[in-house]
Write a protein that binds this ligand. Structure first.
Ligand SMILES: CC(C)(COP(=O)(O)OP(=O)(O)OC[C@H]1O[C@@H](n2cnc3c(N)ncnc32)[C@H](O)[C@@H]1OP(=O)(O)O)[C@@H](O)C(=O)NCCC(=O)NCCS
Length: 191
């Protein structure tokens, strides 16, 4: 699956990151073993602390959380992964689901379609793998473009009192999602 963006260049981001050539077409693909250091670099660059990069590494070490084939990267023109998105095992009540976290794009490539391409492809892979429900805690204006809606509409509750509009769910197969409280993988450290 490829992501396309019609812009001739990056959108203004308001950050001071150096701009990089923006591919007209992104090529999202599953993470390969040799991508692991690049995935860490993307997450270190995208977030203020090493928390998300460390989280990805901890999830990768947990066979109960890690879902082979559901960690995706999208490549920049020179072949370097510029975007990363991850789905790991969570539960809604007792029913297995997938949690989307983290999503990260190198600052130089933001708002150029890389995030949408990698997340769209990842959700497609989850659908193909038979996953039925995805949840995300994230920017309320961003995730509805993938079909996410506030989770409380489905009776899906966060494990902590997070803002209703930021905690979202998506049915991957069109069925009504399970109801209940979400339990994340242990590496998230969310009781
Ligand atoms: C959030 C992130 C993954 C989005 O990826 P991206 O490649 O920059 O976004 P895309 O090019 O796919 O989409 C661009 C659209 O997303 C919106 N968008 C980007 N970042 C956003 C944010 N932080 N909050 C709300 N909307 C955002 C843009 O305004 C743009 O909207 P438009 O299509 O209506 O013009 C990326 O900006 C990033 O890595 N941010 C830092 C880490 C982060 O916050 N991760 C997500 C945690 S929930």
């Amino acid at each position: 699956m490829s992501g396309t963006h019609e812009s001739n260049g990056p959108h203004a981001t308001g950050d001071s990151a150096p701009r990089a050539p923006v591919p007209a077409t992104w090529h999202p693909r599953p993470e390969a073993a040799e991508d692991v250091p690049a995935v860490r670099r993307i997450n270190l660059a995208a977030f203020e602390t090493a928390g998300e990069a460390d989280l990805v590494d901890a999830l990768r070490r947990d066979p109960a959380a890690w879902l082979p084939g559901l960690s995706y990267v999208a490549e920049a023109p020179d072949g370097t992964p510029a975007a990363h998105a991850l789905l790991t095992r969570c539960h809604v009540g007792t029913v297995p689901a997938v949690a989307l976290a983290p999503c990260a794009v190198l600052p130089a490539y933001r708002k150029c379609g890389a995030g949408s391409a990698v997340i769209g492809a990842l959700l497609g892979a989850a659908r193909a793998a038979g996953e039925r429900t995805a949840i995300v805690l994230g920017h309320p204006p961003y995730y509805p473009r993938f079909g996410f809606a506030p989770a409380d509409r489905f009776g899906i509750l966060p494990p902590q009192p997070w803002p209703d509009e930021a905690f979202m769910a998506l049915s991957l197969d069109g069925s009504l999602p399970p109801r209940g409280t979400v339990r994340y993988a242990a590496a998230f450290g969310i009781a």
